[in-house]
Design a protein around this ligand. Structure first.
Ligand SMILES: Cc1cc2nc3c(=O)[nH]c(=O)nc-3n(C[C@H](O)[C@H](O)[C@H](O)COP(=O)(O)OP(=O)(O)OC[C@H]3O[C@@H](n4cnc5c(N)ncnc54)[C@H](O)[C@@H]3O)c2cc1C
Length: 393
């Protein structure tokens, strides 16, 4: 099969790239996804994977005409964020009101985003989605790149975009070096009922073992938790009886939302950070987790990936309009320059926060409590929230 652009990976980031390219160019686009089954939003049950979506990402969904559909699928706005340090005692609060915005962001189930993205892709006849594809070989050329599947099927394109996640097959084929940190932690996620209502506030406590977030869902007494703990503690939390888990969770959260009870199974995700040394080669580009993976403590992974998808689509569309080779290295370098430095800043910031808050050293505890209390009193904190809200393509 031959396309102008082939996107490997039909996750949120790959599908946003397909939408953005289809809206802004007439290029033919193939999307190949390894999974045989599509994730479908379920009206009856909350999905265990949710994402905090920034205002910038929300504006992109609106621009791609996806927001009116998404907001019907239990999107939960949060109007305040409270972050505190269990050891140093400092606390910082962000509010939508201070920023003159209706919300700071939205908690959305990942399968809601995937359902809408996939369904709406059918509006673009130039896009074809192939599921259950196992790629085996990549052959690169000056004008064309070819991927062969296990069954010797071929996908040929001028530009191949790798949106195939943290273990990116394309990144490995390109032989790009990656810098990586294994946090030796896992994030436990679950849907949790609380006796007190969350009031649309996203809360996160930095415990000595790692951060614990309670993200508000559409129902006032339901939250989605992300609890990052060392690997052996994760094994313990996954295996203890539900009553013991509820007790440990409530204690770790100082019962800020009263008693808690998990209403879904518990799942664990290993936590690493990764950054690819390069994002592009002639005819090839990486976006999303294929290019960078960040710790979930700042809820930024999908948001950064969506920015990558939009930046690359914009640069491709501009080259098409100017009748330049959109797959050339010179053209793709614009994308790499724009996104790599910005992602690098976010990676370093998140890494720094993680080290600061998991350090048991007393002087560091003192500095971090000064940091959170001091930051809370300064207008500078708006810079953080404005970064999350204003960048939109
Ligand atoms: C516990 C946790 C909480 C998080 N919370 C947030 C949050 O609140 N906000 C936020 O912004 N981010 C969050 N993240 C990060 C976020 O989940 C990721 O950054 C995001 O899912 C990356 O999207 P992606 O499309 O790049 O990759 P993926 O979601 O990994 O999608 C990649 C897709 O490619 C497919 N694929 C893989 N290999 C191949 C192949 N060889 N051929 C074809 N297809 C292939 C996969 O099946 C998949 O569909 C969180 C992460 C974790 C672990």
């Amino acid at each position: 099969m031959k396309y102008d652009v082939l996107i490997i990976g039909g996750g949120i980031v790959g599908l946003v790239a397909a939408h953005a390219l289809a809206r802004s160019t007439r290029l033919s686009i193939g999307v190949v996804e390894a999974q045989p089954e599509a994730a479908i939003w379920d009206e009856k049950n909350y999905h265990h994977r949710v994402s905090a979506i920034s205002l910038a990402s929300q504006r992109i969904f609106a621009k791609l005409n996806l927001w009116p559909l998404l907001r019907c699928l239990r999107v939960s706005p949060f109007t305040e964020m409270q972050v505190w340090d269990a050891m140093g005692g400092g606390e910082i609060r962000f509010s939508a009101q201070e920023m003159a915005e209706p919300a700071l962001g939205f908690i959305i189930e990942n399968n809601a985003m995937l359902t809408v993205l996939r369904e709406q892709l059918k509006n673009y006849p130039q896009v074809t989605l192939h599921s259950n594809v196992e790629l085996k070989t990549l052959m690169t050329g000056a004008e064309e790149q070819t991927c062969l599947t296990n069954g010797a099927e071929s996908f040929v394109a001028k530009l191949i975009i790798g949106a195939d996640g943290a273990h990116s097959w394309l990144r490995k084929q390109m032989d790009f070096q990656i810098s990586s940190t294994d946090y030796k932690q896992q994030a436990i996620v679950a849907t949790v009922k609380t006796t007190l209502p969350h009031e649309g506030i996203a809360r996160q406590v930095f415990l000595p073992t790692g951060p614990l977030a309670f993200l508000p869902l559409a129902e006032p007494h339901l939250t989605s938790i992300v609890w990052s703990v060392p690997t052996d503690a994760a094994t313990h939390l996954l295996n203890i009886k539900i009553e013991a888990f509820n007790h440990e969770l409530g204690t770790a959260f100082s019962h800020r939302l009263g008693d808690v009870s998990a209403v879904s199974p518990r799942y664990a995700f290993p936590l690493v950070s990764k950054h690819s040394e390069a994002y592009v080669a002639a005819g090839l580009a990486l976006i999303g987790d294929a290019a960078h993976v960040v710790h979930p403590l700042a809820g930024q992974g999908v948001n950064l990936g969506i920015q990558d998808a939009m930046s690359l689509s914009f640069i491709v569309a501009r080259a098409v309009n100017q009748r330049r080779q959109y797959w050339s290295l010179a053209s793709l370098r614009h994308y790499e320059r724009e996104r790599r430095s910005e992602n690098m800043l976010m990676l370093k910031g998140i890494d720094g926060l993680h080290s600061l808050f998991t350090s048991p050293a007393k002087p560091i505890q003192f500095i971090r409590s000064l940091g959170l209390d001091g930051l809370n009193a300064l207008p500078i904190k708006n810079i953080f929230t404005q970064y999350a809200s204003k960048k939109a393509f």
